[in-house]
Design a binder for this molecule. Structure first.
Ligand SMILES: CC(C)(COP(=O)(O)OP(=O)(O)OC[C@H]1O[C@@H](n2cnc3c(N)ncnc32)[C@H](O)[C@@H]1OP(=O)(O)O)[C@@H](O)C(=O)NCCC(=O)NCCS
Length: 148
């Protein structure tokens, strides 16, 4: 049986009520702390991307999105976990589910632009850093990758 405290990662359908909750989480976790508004390039391709949500019961507490880059490469983006449940393995569960979904797509490589503040989190999960830091959405990022 699943308790309210067990995290379940599953797909969120674009345009659904859960997608509206996802937009709020992305705004609250990824944009509000930077004084920015989610929009433009953040959401332009939402309709064609895979959305995975982490749920505690019916409560959405995390999100990750997948963009198809080429036949064998996908991009991980918009990784966000509700700060009230950080450090409980939800980010790891999202990345694990993302990697499973990427393999199902036939991908052999995951790429991303990672916040420097989150770099150690991804490194722990086997992602390597490529090149120097650069500014994206006003803060330092690095390119990271993993073969799957
Ligand atoms: C980065 C983030 C997704 C991690 O989610 P989380 O649910 O707190 O992570 P987990 O609990 O699954 O952590 C997995 C491991 O990584 C470690 N970890 C998590 N965030 C870390 C960080 N910023 N720096 C160093 N280690 C970190 C955890 O301690 C844990 O280690 P352990 O397995 O040895 O105990 C989350 O902090 C977040 O949403 N941050 C704000 C938005 C953000 O930066 N998103 C990423 C954009 S690229």
């Amino acid at each position: 049986m699943t308790s309210d405290q067990d995290v379940v990662v599953r797909e969120i359908e674009f345009g659904s009520r859960e997608y509206e909750a996802e937009l709020k989480l992305r705004q609250d976790v990824l944009r509000t702390p930077l004084g920015l508004v989610l929009g433009g390039k953040d959401i332009a391709t939402d309709d064609v991307e895979l959305h995975l949500g982490a749920f505690l019961g019916s409560r959405l507490v995390g999100v990750v999105m997948m963009r198809l880059v080429s036949a064998d490469q996908v991009q991980m983006r918009q990784v966000a976990v509700d700060p009230t449940v950080h450090g409980r393995g939800i980010g790891r569960a999202l990345v694990d589910a993302f990697e499973d979904a990427a393999r199902e797509e036939g991908a052999t490589e995951i790429i991303m632009d990672a916040r420097v503040t989150a770099q150690p989190f991804y490194a722990k999960l086997g992602y390597e850093t490529l090149g120097e830091a650069f500014i994206l959405s006003t803060i330092p990022h690095v390119k990271m990758r993993k073969s799957i």
